[in-house]
Design a protein around this ligand. Structure first.
Ligand code: BTN
Length: 261
């Protein structure tokens, strides 16, 4: 007898309207990390492959953090891209993925998310989703780019320590959310965003800027043991943060943005 899957692939497929994103769809109940699997494994080669799991034993976040998520309640998935990726532009995929998550939440649930540089999607200063982009190079070319995404969907209790307080779509709208519809809508939107990132990256960055309410604000940046205080001036064409520290404008490529009130 076939056991009932938590995620209904047929429901997901009905609403998927992409050319390549998610057309090779791989589902599993448990894995160490969908990102780690696609990074190490050569089994999947198709551009746009999506690997999703109900649970991760070693879910990873940015800056060596862990990503913890209850089984079967949220969306944990990674996308494999290996076609026409400009290595100079790899960082803007972080911003593009966050932007597409934001647009999906607006379209489906009328939530107004904000972008927090570089990869967080916040609702009311709480984190609803995160993105982890990792790449494998072959010479000077990108062999593969893995875009890992965690969206807090139906989980409402978050035990443990979090760098940013979490929330979920269900906690925000007070209704159970259909994960299949959410994932297909996200992929529909993200496929268009990927094309925009390739053809007109400046437009994609403008759309991200519009959803980032921290530009112009006083912020802290922590990178390893170093901290800088300044005004979040802008992002540049590579998606790096420009921090006005008074006597100079620093280009921040990595690190945490901290809002202190
Ligand atoms: C972050 O906010 O720091 C990024 C979180 C990314 C989590 C996702 S869940 C699916 C994929 N697999 C992982 O191990 N991490 C990403």
């Amino acid at each position: 007898m076939e056991t009932q899957k938590l995620f209904n692939i047929e429901d997901f497929n009905i609403k998927l309207d992409t050319d390549y994103l998610g057309r090779n769809f791989v589902y599993c109940e448990e894995i160490d990390s969908t990102n780690s699997f696609l990074m190490k494994n050569e089994e999947f080669k198709e551009n746009g492959t999506v690997l999703t799991s109900e649970f991760q034993t070693h879910g990873r976040g940015r800056l060596e953090r862990t990503w913890i998520s209850n089984k079967g309640q949220n969306l944990l998935f990674s996308i494999l891209l290996n076609k026409d990726i400009n290595p100079q532009n790899i960082n803007i995929y972080n911003l593009g993925a966050s932007l597409a998550i934001g647009e999906t939440l607006e379209n489906l649930y009328q939530i107004k998310p904000e972008m927090k540089w570089p990869n967080d999607v916040l609702v009311g200063r709480k984190k609803i989703a995160g993105v982890l982009c990792e790449s494998v190079m072959q010479g000077s070319k990108i062999k593969k780019l893995i875009i890992g995404i965690g969206i807090n969907v139906n989980q409402v209790n978050f035990a443990g320590e979090y760098f940013i307080r979490p929330t979920s779509i269900r906690a925000e709208i007070r209704k159970k959310v259909n994960r299949e519809r959410l994932l297909s809508e996200f992929l529909n939107i993200f496929e268009e965003t990927i094309e925009l990132l390739k053809e007109e990256p400046a437009k994609a960055l403008d759309a991200w800027r519009e959803k980032c309410k921290l530009i112009g604000e006083k912020i802290w940046i922590r990178e390893g043991k170093q901290e800088w205080f300044g005004i979040f001036k802008d992002i540049n064409s590579k998606g790096y943060l420009l921090l006005d520290v008074g006597n100079e404008v620093k280009t921040i490529t990595n690190g945490d943005l901290i809002i202190k009130k």
